[in-house]
Design a protein around this ligand. Structure first.
Ligand SMILES: [Zn+2]
Length: 289
């Protein structure tokens, strides 16, 4: 499930490899993935990649001709670079960007692939002037990393009576955190996932901010050390708490517990985050703030 660190490392590695390269052709075999029709994909042909970057969990590929591909991987997408073209039977392909061969470099194919049965990943081709007004970006809150709001600004941002676990995953509040990293951040901050944003005191806000910056930054540093192109199908996420329920807390040794929801799981250390209380059912989680 790609979140800020996974999308950021994808953007960095692709930017280093693709900047300056000529786009030979673009195709969208996953026809439902392409959400725009003007300009047409063919408008990118002959242009060069200017940069690949990230905003929230979105990837942005800019061309030197003033166009941008805005890509959201959703829960199961990957943006991978290969030196061979995808075969017609590759059912995971949603978008193919072919890079021309040039002096000292072979042709390559940038492929948006998606695993699993759902088609949720999407792509938009926009004029660069339309990018900031595009709804997927216009509604995003400030970036969670490297420099999220601090002090009074952060207090105002989180001053709503919603559980931290939901609040921090809301991209309109703060951009980049999802179901995996939120568990790690709250564990790092020793805060209950069910505590309300409006109940945080000044010291807790500061600890939370440090945990956000530190946790996401360490994940990114780990990826810089371990990943290269193409980004692997299965990301080696360095998680300590998320999906580790039933195992000892890496800090205090208490057994990590989990609350199961329909489509996700909250993992936490009861000794350090919920004053020893163990809740496994979401109806009970209302009691645990
Ligand atoms: Zn613990």
């Amino acid at each position: 499930m790609p979140e800020l660190p996974e999308v950021e490392i994808t953007a960095r590695l692709l930017d280093r490899e693709l900047a300056g390269r000529e786009i030979e052709s673009v195709a969208a075999p996953g026809i439902n993935a392409l959400k725009t029709f003007a300009p047409p994909l063919g408008a990118l042909e002959g242009q060069h990649v200017a940069a690949v970057r990230r905003r929230g969990k979105n990837l942005i590929l800019e061309s030197d001709g003033g166009l941008v591909l805005l890509i959201h991987l959703m829960s199961a997408g990957r943006l991978q670079l290969f030196d061979k073209r995808a075969g017609p039977r590759d059912r995971t392909s949603r978008l193919l960007v072919r890079l021309a061969g040039e002096a000292g470099r072979d042709p390559a194919e940038l492929r948006l692939r998606e695993f699993g049965s759902k088609q949720a990943a999407w792509v938009k081709l926009l004029e660069i002037t339309e990018l900031e007004g595009e709804e997927a970006l216009a509604k995003l809150g400030p970036e969670a990393w490297p420099d999220p709001p601090a002090g009074e600004e952060l207090r105002k941002l989180l001053a709503v009576p919603r559980p931290l676990h939901a609040l921090l995953r809301d991209q309109r509040v703060i951009a980049g955190i999802g179901r995996s990293w939120v568990d790690e951040i709250l564990w790092e901050a020793r805060l209950s996932p069910f505590k309300r944003g409006s109940d945080l005191d000044e010291a807790e806000l500061e600890v939370l901010r440090e945990a956000i910056v530190g946790t996401l930054g360490r994940a990114l540093a780990h990826y810089e050390d371990t990943l290269s192109l193409p980004i692997p199908d299965k990301l080696p996420m360095p998680l300590l708490v998320h999906r580790h329920e039933g195992q000892p807390c890496p800090r205090c040794g208490t057994t990590l517990e989990a609350v199961h929801f329909e489509d996700y799981v909250i993992a936490y250390c009861p000794a350090e985050q919920t004053e020893g209380r163990v809740l496994k059912d979401r109806r009970m989680s209302r009691l645990l703030r």
